[in-house]
Design a protein around this ligand. Structure first.
Ligand SMILES: O=C(CO)[C@H](O)[C@H](O)COP(=O)(O)O
Length: 223
């Protein structure tokens, strides 16, 4: 947990007065919201667009103003977590089930910073099951089409019922083991009827903050 804390602490340093922020989701972001709330108490003037209902509630609880996406024309900075980060800064996300809104928020920002603990650094994406958000109607058909790409696609469960995202959709967790060609796979899956979004966040970030127990490393793709 300290590694997540260190990553969050470092990321907050990138937030400047007057910024409109994209707020990601997950346990690292929950810590970030706490730290951001402390800075707001000290007088920092920011507002955020949230990538999930949970983040929105937590942000408001920490005194952070959350605005509707339709009320802002751009985001200065998005900060979000990840389930896997590869050496090319490609990401696998969606473990918390917020991937579609996260991608909409993260892609809209001038800068997108990823916060992760060092366990998220991998040589190749795919050991973590790839979340794919799908339309509930006919999901078994979509599942079969996805499985034709060589994975087991497991319907995410929540207390014996399908997990339902903030968008009213289902998630299939796709066990690929390893993903050799992330861009190709993303494009193939996106072209399937019934698939709304995949958890592959490709070429979206240049900066990853990796938390360790005793500090954080800032990885910049261009240095
Ligand atoms: O993609 C996500 C949610 O959909 C999260 O950002 C990802 O699962 C990382 O979560 P955590 O910070 O709890 O490890």
């Amino acid at each position: 947990m300290n590694a997540k804390m260190e990553a969050a602490r470092k990321a907050v340093e990138y937030v400047e007065d007057g910024m409109v922020l994209g707020l990601g989701s997950g346990s690292t972001i929950n810590i970030l919201l706490e730290k951001l709330g402390d800075r707001v108490q000290e007088g920092l003037n920011i507002k955020g667009v949230s990538s999930s209902v949970k983040t929105e509630k937590l942000a408001r609880g920490h005194g952070i103003e959350v605005t509707d996406f339709s009320q802002v024309s751009r985001l200065d900075l998005a900060i979000d977590g990840a389930d896997e980060v590869d050496p090319n800064f490609q990401l696998l996300k969606g473990g918390g089930g917020s991937l579609l809104r996260e991608k909409i928020v993260d892609v809209a920002a001038d800068q997108f910073i990823v916060v992760a603990d060092e366990s998220k650094q991998v040589e190749q994406l795919g050991a973590f099951p790839l979340p794919v958000e799908v339309v509930p109607f006919g999901w078994e058909q979509t599942q079969a089409r996805i499985e034709a790409f060589g994975c087991e696609a497991v319907l995410r469960d929540s207390g014996g019922k399908p997990f339902v995202t903030d968008n009213g959709l289902y998630i299939l967790d796709c066990h690929f083991g390893k993903i050799d060609r992330p861009e190709w796979l993303h494009n193939q899956l996106k072209s399937l009827v019934g698939v709304v979004e995949t958890g592959l966040f490709l070429d979206m970030t240049d900066l990853v903050i990796v938390g360790r127990d005793d500090g954080a490393d800032v990885l910049d793709k261009h240095s």
